[in-house]
Design a protein around this ligand. Structure first.
Ligand SMILES: O=C(O)C1=C[C@@H](OP(=O)(O)O)[C@@H](O)[C@H](O)C1
Ligand SMILES: C=C(OP(=O)(O)O)C(=O)O
Length: 448
């Protein structure tokens, strides 16, 4: 089982207004998919702006273990020489996906219709997350999985020798499950159909079309019906990875709560399946604008300008929006603490099976910092105290969860007393330049 080395305690405190430009790294979801689909194409895919976070580096390493040639050309430029659909070789060792749910679940899908046997593992966080949601549909293709009780890693999967195409309705709103089934469908003859009742991020569908697969999406009474024709020859692509809205969330939210701030976060992908946080913040009264809106590589993109917003109000976040901001609830709960009145978040059970139980991790840290939080299995309410009234002065546990660590460090920029996190190490999984980027804006964030 992999680990993260020694804990890196960190702290943050109030200081000068944040100002300047925050150039956040490439999108994590799109970076994983670029490497995996690049490895399944025939020929050389070029990727620009790849996120060089640990999660994505672990996926790059895995693609090499399956026989693809993956080369780092420096400054975010990478190439992948793919082996074609069905061309994965059996890796010599265990595939260690570290902290990454996206990495392990998508790779399981990508190998499940090739007759090879692969053992997967990860860190303590990943080994506690449910994998049955992926191995159940992969079994319908003919893949066999053996793991720990409850469908946990480490787990060994033997891919189907004669895969069957599948029709599958995803039982939880999960882009990882949807994507695993679609990637497995690439190796099966005929049409694989995936139905999702709630729309989740659609990067896999968009990218499969870009690589030349035959894929259609229809809205029906059942939900979004995605039909993929298997066994295509995928054509290599030139991919420019947009900047990650989930990383942009941190400097944006910091600027909203830190007195006097005015921060520009340029070139952020605003795919509607990802942009729910920004919509929510605007409904709360945040001074957040989209400048220079445009299309790039088929995706809506804008420069986000966030200014200090002392008069935000708590709102009820529409549950239908949950999938489009699922990774942003931790940092939203921090902003909610500085708003007036309650922010109600419902339909968010999935937060309990991320890198940590994110409702519990945030509720405990917020309470320790003087903020009242109520919670149930699939909902929570943060009772905002208003700007200038949030005590802080607590040490929060990051629980091997990058988003928890970054959220509490953002919080400390506006609490009366500093905030500390016991381990900032996990931040490197998704946002390795978080600390210099934030200090570059003037934020007092440091190793403690
Ligand atoms: O497909 C993806 O790239 C992701 C899907 C989401 O997970 P679920 O599919 O578990 O909702 C999200 O939380 C994760 O950070 C990235
Ligand atoms: C949930 C996340 O990632 P993953 O599921 O890939 O570990 C995340 O980045 O917030």
């Amino acid at each position: 089982m992999s680990g993260h080395g020694d804990p890196i305690p960190m702290m943050s405190q109030r200081g000068p207004a944040l100002c300047g430009e925050a150039h956040v790294p490439g999108d994590k979801s799109i970076s994983h998919r670029s490497l995996i689909l690049g490895a399944m194409a025939v020929g050389e895919t070029m990727i620009e702006g790849l996120l060089e976070g640990q999660d994505v580096l672990d996926t790059a390493k895995a693609m090499r273990a399956f026989g693809a040639e993956v080369t780092d050309h420096g400054q975010g430029r990478w190439s992948v020489h793919g082996v074609g659909v069905g061309g994965f070789a059996e890796p010599a060792g265990v595939i260690d996906c570290g902290n990454s749910g996206t990495g392990v679940r998508l790779i399981m899908g990508a190998m499940a219709t090739t007759p090879i046997t692969v053992t997967f593992t990860g860190d303590a966080s990943l080994c506690s997350r449910p994998m049955g949601r992926v191995t159940d549909p992969l079994a319908l293709f003919g893949a066999k999985a053996e793991g720990r009780e409850g469908g946990r890693l480490p787990m060994t999967i033997t891919g189907a020798k004669e895969p069957m195409p599948v029709r599958y309705t995803v039982p939880v709103p999960s882009a990882q499950v949807k994507s695993a089934v679609l990637l497995a469908g690439l190796g099966a003859p005929g049409q694989t159909v995936v139905i999702e009742q709630e729309a989740t991020r659609d990067h896999t569908e968009r990218m499969l079309a870009g690589f030349g697969a035959e894929i259609t999406v229809e809205e029906s009474d059942e939900g979004r019906v995605i039909t993929l024709t298997g066994q295509p020859e995928l054509r290599p692509q030139h991919i420019v990875v947009p900047r990650d809205p989930s990383s942009a969330a941190f400097p944006v939210c910091a600027a909203l709560i830190a007195e006097g701030s005015d921060v520009l976060v340029p070139n952020i992908g605003l795919n509607p399946t990802r942009a729910g946080l920004f919509e929510t913040l605007r409904e709360m009264g945040a001074d957040l604008t989209y400048e220079n809106p445009r299309e790039e590589g088929g995706e809506p993109v804008a420069d986000l300008r966030a200014k200090f917003s002392p008069d935000m109000k708590g709102i009820e976040v529409p549950p239908a929006r949950a999938a489009s901001m699922i990774d942003e609830y931790p940092v939203l709960s921090v902003v909610a603490a500085f708003a007036q009145g309650p922010t109600v978040m419902r339909g968010v059970k999935e937060l309990r099976v991320k890198e940590s139980d994110r409702i519990d991790a945030m509720a405990q840290g917020l309470r320790a910092a003087g903020v009242e939080v109520e919670e149930g299995e699939d909902w929570w309410i943060v009772h905002g105290r208003g700007h200038g009234n949030v005590p802080g002065g607590a040490t929060a546990e990051s629980r091997l969860d990058h988003r928890i660590a970054m959220s509490f460090l953002v919080m400390g920029l506006a609490t009366t007393e500093p905030m500390r996190v016991d381990d900032g190490g996990p931040i490197a999984t998704s946002f390795p330049v978080f600390e210099p980027l934030m200090t570059g804006l003037g934020a007092r964030v440091a190793r403690a």
